[in-house]
Ligand binder design. Structure first.
Ligand SMILES: Nc1ncnc2c1ncn2[C@@H]1O[C@H](COP(=O)(O)OP(=O)(O)OP(=O)(O)O)[C@@H](O)[C@H]1O
Length: 272
């Protein structure tokens, strides 16, 4: 079966900073795959390379067997992307925001209204679709952004820190909608997060990324079981413990550079 996404030695530098240092990754069709790591690990840069927003060399990124360097437009048509920074317009209603994306994606006029309704329904926003987005809670805004991405019926949906800054109830709701959409459509989902507990609960497989490289990859249960075996002391390690072992530090101590933390905090503040 064709992989939804293959990265083969993906590298990307900003000047002297090697943000992604040779990433090898395969995401199977239909899975929810988590790219995990602290601020500054290179997750967003890797995602931007896949979306074709950052240029890559031929052979480094393939989406459903289309090369991101050689077949950029075909790759873009297969993708949905919800960036970490907010992308909904507060002065438009929920429905207007999704309609705007339907026009941007060039969905034929006669299908547009139905596709917008489907997308709003998929994220549970039908009843509030005529309210201004400015009145939405942080969790509702995240779900609205999910609807914006879903309206084009992408085959690979990429979400950058979809639950950052949300309260636990809103986080659960965002994840449940992601799972429901996957179940209904068979869509593949690639999600970045630094919340290990969420990844453990909702992702089929995860890759733990640190300083531009993947340090461990597998189903969360497999990774923790392997560590339990290595330790052999009967303790029940978490994914956070696996990360600590492969990266030499926990996520909290890691911290990231000032600009990475500032960006995360800005997103969290605007949603909170
Ligand atoms: N536009 C940029 N210019 C210069 N350096 C950058 C830029 N974007 C990212 N970097 C650097 O590249 C590295 C990887 O950053 P990236 O944003 O990909 O990490 P991340 O894992 O997504 O973190 P976050 O959780 O903060 O989004 C960091 O060292 C970061 O400072």
């Amino acid at each position: 079966m064709t992989n939804a996404l293959t990265c083969d030695g993906l590298r990307y530098s900003f000047g002297d900073t090697l943000a992604v240092a040779g990433l090898d990754l395969s995401v199977t069709q239909g899975e929810i795959f988590g790219l995990l790591g602290p601020n500054g690990a290179g997750k967003t840069t890797a995602i931007r390379c896949v979306t074709t927003l950052l240029p890559v060399q031929p052979g480094m990124v393939r989406v459903f067997d289309r090369d991101a360097a050689e077949d950029r437009m075909a790759v873009r048509r297969l993708l949905g992307y919800v960036p970490q920074q907010l992308s909904a317009d507060a002065r438009l209603t929920g429905r207007e925001n999704v309609s705007l994306f339907a026009r941007v994606f060039d969905i034929p006029r006669r299908e547009r209204a139905a596709r917008v309704e489907q997308a709003l329904e998929a994220v549970g926003l039908t009843d509030v679709a005529d309210r201004m987005a400015a009145t939405f809670s942080g969790g509702m805004i995240r779900r609205l952004e999910l609807a914006q991405a879903l309206v084009s019926a992408p085959r690979l949906l990429m979400l950058d820190e979809p639950t950052i800054g949300l309260d636990p109830i809103a986080r659960t709701s965002v994840w449940e909608h992601i799972q429901a959409v996957r179940a209904a459509t068979g869509m593949t989902v690639l999600v970045t997060t630094h919340y290990m507990d969420e990844a453990d609960q909702y992702c089929d497989r995860v890759a733990l990324m640190h300083q531009g490289l993947i340090r461990a990859m597998g189903a969360p249960g497999e990774l923790t079981a392997e560590l339990r075996e290595r330790r052999g002391d009967g303790s029940a390690p978490t994914l956070e413990d696996v990360f600590r072992e492969v990266a030499g530090s926990g996520l909290d101590e890691e911290g990231g550079k000032f600009r990475d933390v500032r960006r995360t905090r800005n997103t969290a503040r605007r949603l909170g």
